[in-house]
Design a protein around this ligand. Structure first.
Ligand code: AGP
Length: 634
């Protein structure tokens, strides 16, 4: 979960590399570095911390070929020695890497026996010395030595290499980590994702696993397998209909903070628009006599390219297995509740990292596997996808990042269209994921497992979600800031919910943990009695999602159990429900909504609460410590 950039052309590489790294910083930001070749010299600049620190020492480096890296440490702590790029012993070539070389220890030991010295603790430097050793021992060219070295490593990599001794060549290869080639006028770009060079070109080649590209100045690029088989992949233009261009221009604009203090706050506030975009062309008002009916329309078919087949597969599926990580897993858990109750299909929700190593009994004729991922690059979820495909299962994806590896490798899928999510803490992607799961469940259930009036009522509910979120954001932020002020120094926090809102309790706790560093736990409210209640005292804020739904009375009793132990209760409940005022320190009222879509509303106050507490604690909200936006290593 590092960010990689590379450039070869006639422009000054430093500006392009540093600009690209700033765009990729959400992938990892504990240290950064660049290497640029010029007039037979290799200049390397590295700095601990954000890209802007590196900029202060590297923006004037001259040369028009180079590589860059922003790091999320896996092997060796964040310091200048472990920062990338890593160099060969004679500084003849430099390499940046995103991924993990799993067999780096035995490789390092055999290289050390040959006399190689290592300046860092990284697995990456081992790959550098291995390439160097192959060149020395075989006389092969850098390109061929890279091929041979890669055949000896186990693990995942996205790498870029530039050479002082041959400043007209750039080499890149991928296995398990994303890498994309950008093609300009006599200039070439390589990066972990296109946002790093979008402003220069929209012509790209997606590199697939096991592929390598060699770029030569004034000649061009050649893609091949790492074994050497020449490939001629299609060049994709990252543009399409006018709408898409507008969307991308909007996307460009959105990349900037749009006047908000943090991307996270911007993305929380963007949720009404994000959900409208997510429903555009999918939930449509049919203007017609007599009753202005709402329905899910054709547009869904365009998205589910194998629509009829996939819909039939869903409708005849004996089981749906949802695989995901983190916040996407929480959305999947809401999806489990929805698909079971609306479609009457058994659903299992799996942590992708466990799914791929557990001996899950998969029945390809009966099971459909769904993978949910905002970034579309999460290594564990990608591995779960491949595991299910290998077993012959139909694999459907729900992704936000267009053209991501997961989106490209599934049999079909649904994009969120929520716009880029830059803040590491996922917010609008969560509500859009739950919305897509609701639309899918209704599409599967329509005319089969739910009565038509319930179907129409729920579709109507969906169409009202954007305005209801706008209401929650405008009416509650001040109160939530007040609550945040009171509890900003809490050491622990509990989030409790039941039914559809149990996953929201988990999500609220995750948001609190990842951006404010307060230890928080989410639980099914009833489960509290079986242990966590021991944690309750008059210092413990306990956040309840207590909507007036089918299990409201049970939640109310759980609130009383916490009150009895002097816990400080903050409750989220429906507008007009006054009976909790006497039981809670704070009550946040949100619009009434049907139980199965309520998670899309109830999570919003929790996003704001963790955001404001983190800001008041002076935390780096958009780039919380130890985290990265997309986790591309296992
Ligand atoms: C959520 O705020 C975190 N950033 C993290 O848990 C994230 O949801 C997880 O890494 C999954 O990412 P994905 O949706 O991009 O696959």
């Amino acid at each position: 979960m590092c960010g990689i950039t590379a450039y070869l052309g006639s422009k000054e590489a430093a500006e392009i590399l540093l600009g690209g790294l700033a765009r990729l910083e959400y992938r990892g930001y504990d240290s950064a570095g660049i290497a640029i070749c010029n007039k037979g010299k290799m200049s390397v600049k590295k700095k601990v911390g954000k890209v802007k620190e590196l900029k202060s020492i590297a923006s004037t480096v001259e040369g028009n070929i180079g590589i860059g890296h922003t790091r999320w440490a896996t092997h060796g702590e964040p310091n200048e020695r472990n920062a990338h790029p890593h160099l060969s012993s004679d500084s003849g070539f430099a390499l940046v890497h995103n991924g993990i070389i799993e067999n780096f220890i035995p490789l390092r030991e055999s290289l050390m026996r040959k006399g190689y010295k290592f300046v860092s603790e990284t697995d990456t430097e081992v790959l550098v010395k291995l390439i160097e050793d192959v060149m020395k021992s075989t006389g092969l060219s850098l390109e061929e030595a890279v091929r041979q070295a890669l055949s000896q490593v186990v693990g995942a990599y996205g790498i870029c290499i530039c050479s002082r001794d041959d400043p007209d060549i750039l080499i890149a290869a991928r296995l398990g980590s994303p890498l994309i080639l950008g093609i300009g006028e006599q200039e070439w770009f390589v990066a972990s994702d296109a946002s790093a060079f979008l402003e220069y070109t929209r012509h790209v080649v997606h590199l697939n696993d096991g592929e390598m590209v060699v770029i030569r100045r004034n000649v061009g690029y050649q893609v091949s397998t790492t074994q050497g088989t020449t490939l001629n992949p299609a060049i994709v233009e990252l543009e399409g209909t006018l709408d898409q261009v507008k969307a991308e221009e909007q996307e460009e604009m959105q990349i900037e903070k749009g006047g908000f203090k943090h991307f996270m706050l911007k993305e929380i506030m963007e949720q009404p628009v994000a959900l409208e975009n997510c429903m555009r062309g999918r939930v449509k008002q049919l203007v017609g006599p007599p009753d202005n009916q709402f329905t899910l329309l054709q547009r869904l078919q365009v998205l589910l390219s194998l629509e009829r087949e996939i819909l039939t597969s869903f409708q005849s599926a004996k089981r749906i297995i949802i695989c995901a990580c983190g916040t996407s897993w929480h959305a999947g858990l809401v999806g489990e509740y929805m698909l079971e109750s609306l479609c009457k299909i058994p659903v299992e929700i799996e942590y992708a990292s466990e799914f791929r190593y557990r001996s899950v009994v998969l029945r390809p004729d009966e099971d459909i596997v769904m993978v949910i991922s905002q970034s579309g690059e999460t290594a564990d979820t990608l591995a779960a996808l491949r595991h299910a495909k290998q077993a012959g299962c139909l694999v459907i994806g729900i992704c936000n990042t267009v053209g991501s590896t997961i989106a490209r490798e599934t049999d079909g899928g649904i994009y969120l269209h929520a716009g880029p999510e830059i803040g590491v803490a996922s917010t609008k992607a969560f509500t859009a994921q739950v919305l897509v799961l609701a639309m899918l469940a209704l599409r599967i259930a329509q005319g089969r497992t739910i009565p038509d009036d319930e179907y129409k009522m729920l579709v109507k509910e969906l169409s009202k979600l954007p305005s209801r979120i706008t209401k929650i954001l405008s009416e509650n932020e001040a109160k939530i800031c007040e609550i945040a002020k009171v509890y900003r120094y809490a050491h622990h926090c509990l989030f409790l919910g039941r039914g559809y809102n149990y996953p929201v309790a988990l999500e609220g706790a995750l948001k609190m943990k990842e951006i404010s560093y307060i230890h928080a736990e989410g639980y099914p409210a009833a489960e509290m009695k079986h242990g966590p209640i021991a944690l309750i005292d008059n210092l413990m804020p306990v956040v309840f999602i207590a909507m007036q739904d089918s299990i409201y009375d049970k939640v109310k009793s759980n609130i009383m159990e916490v009150r009895a132990r002097k816990g400080c209760v903050i409750a989220i409940t429906d507008e007009g429900n006054t009976e909790l005022e006497s039981l809670c320190e704070y009550v946040i009222h949100i619009p009434k909504v049907s139980e199965c879509v309520s998670p899309i509303l109830t999570v919003v106050p929790l996003q704001l609460l963790s955001y404001h507490i983190a800001v008041m604690r002076g935390c780096d909200v958009d780039m919380p410590r130890n985290l990265a936006k997309s986790v591309t290593t296992e």
